[in-house]
Write a protein that binds this ligand. Structure first.
Ligand SMILES: NC(=O)c1ccc[n+]([C@@H]2O[C@H](COP(=O)([O-])OP(=O)(O)OC[C@H]3O[C@@H](n4cnc5c(N)ncnc54)[C@H](O)[C@@H]3O)[C@@H](O)[C@H]2O)c1
Ligand SMILES: *[C@@H]1O[C@H](CO)[C@@H](O)[C@H](O)[C@H]1NC(C)=O
Length: 341
């Protein structure tokens, strides 16, 4: 990681922010010189010190995407493309979703291509895709051969981006690494405009003593809670995999695609409630109100819940171990540490 310049788009977001903090603390611990360019449509506040540059940019404007490759830090060797409008947001506002989730990714890719042509080295373009690219009839276990047929605007946009990144990579214009993320749990902060938001909220809100609504099923006894299986990963493991993605040798990927489904694990909504009860007691579960939302249930229910992790593990990516219980415990510990700080 010595002397690297890394651009993160969506740096004010949940994963972009966590990635930036993690890269900076690694670089401090290893005394290496990593410079971060943090870009977001919201003014990045997480820039501290001389090794970070915060740039407010609406990436739907190609000129603003280009400018990220012409800063005082020089041309980045790696781009983490993490900006976007989340699933429910792009379902409800289709045109803005396409603008941000497709058009702006394409202009960022072009900007990276041209900057790489100037330096003579293709830029590593690491992209956060999603299991939302899958939908329709699916096998019991998704493998690298499973065809992606998205059933949402968000998933369709991610798949279009993947095709561009693969083609630019095949032509040597960028060095793409496409990571299809499981759903991340537990996500801190205020609820997001994602269909998957409840997956974190039903853990996070009760642990903070707040009430929340679960859009799956009408009561705690609903069979829908057992029927809805989820494919999950923790934030820490996901960011660790983002960092590992830079170091996978290009030759290690399958020759026909840079898509990798990051490792995850399967849990039902019921498994989440059981983990919450085990760590925080029945009074925590009692904070959840059940109010079935068919649109939300349809979107999340169209995502696959079981994958074969073998290919991702063979590339050196890592998986969470122990299911929901350690993740709920860790989130509770983090809340307690934050309240004492
Ligand atoms: N969190 C998950 O469960 C999950 C799962 C799969 C994939 N992903 C993908 O990972 C990436 C990061 O996810 P996240 O959870 O951190 O999302 P987030 O919503 O927290 O962050 C996205 C960021 O993008 C920024 N953004 C939106 N429009 C922009 C624009 N026009 N120009 C510049 N910035 C813009 C937002 O301001 C926000 O800070 C996204 O691409 C998301 O699709 C996330
Ligand atoms: C970004 O620009 C687009 C126009 O291309 C606009 O629709 C959108 O609202 C802008 N986003 C923000 C957050 O200002």
């Amino acid at each position: 990681m010595s002397n690297s310049v890394i651009l993160i788009t969506g740096a004010c977001g949940f994963l972009g922010g966590l990635l930036a903090r993690t890269l900076l603390s690694h670089s401090a611990a290893q005394a290496t010189d990593v410079k971060l360019i943090l870009a977001d449509v919201v003014q990045p506040k997480n820039a501290q010190g001389q090794n970070t540059l915060a740039i407010q940019a609406n990436l739907t404007d190609p000129a603003q995407a280009d400018a990220l490759f012409n800063t005082a830090f020089g041309v980045p060797d790696t781009v983490y493309c993490l900006h976007g409008i989340m699933s429910r947001g792009s379902e409800d506002n289709f045109d803005l979703g396409i603008k941000v989730n497709v058009d702006s990714v394409r202009s960022l890719l072009d900007a990276a291509r041209h900057a790489g042509e100037r330096t003579g080295t293709p830029i590593k373009f690491i992209f956060a895709s999603s299991l939302a690219v899958y939908g329709g009839p699916l096998p019991d276990i998704v493998t690298p051969d499973t065809i992606a047929t998205p059933q949402s605007a968000y998933g369709a946009a991610k798949l279009i981006d993947e095709l561009f990144i693969n083609e630019y990579t095949r032509r040597g214009l960028v060095d793409g690494r496409i990571l299809r993320l499981p759903t991340i749990a537990v996500r801190p902060g205020p609820p997001a405009a994602a269909s998957s938001a409840f997956i974190s909220a039903i853990i996070r809100e009760p642990l903070q003593g707040a009430d929340t609504t679960c859009p799956i099923g009408d009561s705690p006894a609903s069979p829908a809670l057992d029927a809805l299986a989820l494919w999950l990963a923790s934030p820490e493991t996901t960011v660790r995999n983002f960092i590992l993605a830079r170091d996978v040798p290009a030759s290690a990927f399958a020759s026909h695609t840079r898509v990798v489904c990051l490792p995850g694990f399967t849990a039902t909504v019921r498994d989440e409630l059981n983990a919450l009860e085990r760590i925080a007691g029945p009074e925590a579960v009692a904070r959840i109100r059940f109010e079935d939302d068919p649109v939300n249930r349809r979107i999340v229910g169209s995502w696959p819940a079981r994958f074969d992790n073998a290919y991702a593990l063979s590339l050196g990516f890592v998986a969470d171990e122990g299911g929901m219980v350690p993740i709920v415990q860790r989130f509770k510990d983090q809340l307690e540490a934050a309240s004492q700080a």
